[in-house]
Design a protein around this ligand. Structure first.
Ligand SMILES: [Zn+2]
Ligand SMILES: [Zn+2]
Length: 252
């Protein structure tokens, strides 16, 4: 598809709901109308460790109880299901950096509603990085585009810091969504390295909490691989805040 074609496909007419196309009567503050937000982005109970939607009052799902993930906490704004894949696709498009703002707003709301925070910790927010080749293709890292907006919200405390280069991705990555779960685990095992500057900064007497930002949690392989690399540097709590959580296969 040509650049012009991609630009037109990603075009969104301001004021019209980007999902149902209605013209809201009040001045819109998001690209989505109130009805669509209430229907598709309602807050829901999720597993604290993997953000899987839970039907019971349990706080942690059975899979995370039997196989605890490296992530201590995972918060998701929505399920990766209609209408959100198309909205995430816009984030990765040519004008994606600005499209991060409304997605980040939903992530901020989810974080403020569900995150468990321990007082007295030093919080460092970091995006899941792209390999430089992917970054050149896309023109921006969608996770950093989301974090830039979150860093301007109430979720970001005055003592927090944003570390766009906390993690590095020296190896080129294959297209993750084309791989099965086992292949994803292999593909991400050596995917991340901790930036040397930050590895020194993480050795401190103050408890450290790292919050990883990503657009979509699919199998959790990427985020948990990143969490493992960080945790290898000390007793660090690692959370993830993602826009969308892919529902497990059995619940689709
Ligand atoms: Zn709508
Ligand atoms: Zn879980």
């Amino acid at each position: 598809m040509s650049l012009l074609g991609r630009g037109l496909r990603d075009l969104h007419i301001p004021s019209r709901c980007a999902v149902c196309g209605v013209w809201p009567t009040a001045a819109p503050t998001t690209p989505w109308c109130a009805d669509c937000l209430a229907h598709w982005a309602a807050s829901t109970a999720r597993c604290q460790r993997c953000a899987r939607r839970l039907e019971s009052s349990a706080r942690i799902c059975g899979l995370c109880l039997t196989h605890p993930p490296a992530l201590d906490q995972c918060i998701a704004a929505v399920d990766y299901a209609f209408p959100w894949p198309a909205q995430v696709h816009k984030l990765k498009g040519l004008s994606g950096a600005s499209w991060g703002r409304p997605l980040a707003r939903l992530m901020t709301q989810a974080w403020l509603t569900h995150a468990q925070l321990r007082p007295g910790t030093q919080t460092i927010w970091a995006p899941i990085p792209l390999h430089w080749r992917r970054l050149m293709q896309r023109g921006h890292n969608q996770s950093w585009s989301l974090l830039r907006h979150i860093a301007q919200s109430e979720a970001f405390q005055s003592t927090d810091s944003a570390a766009p280069d906390l993690l590095e991705r020296p190896q080129p990555h294959e297209v993750q969504h084309q791989l099965d779960r086992a292949a994803r685990q292999r593909n991400t095992r050596f995917a991340f390295e901790l930036n040397q500057v930050w590895s020194n900064a993480l050795h401190t007497d103050c408890p450290i909490h790292v919050v990883l930002i990503d657009d979509v949690y699919t199998t959790g392989a990427t985020l948990n691989a990143a969490a493992k690399v960080i945790k290898a540097h000390g007793p660090i709590t690692v959370s993830a805040l993602v826009f969308a959580r892919t529902p497990p296969v059995e619940s689709q």
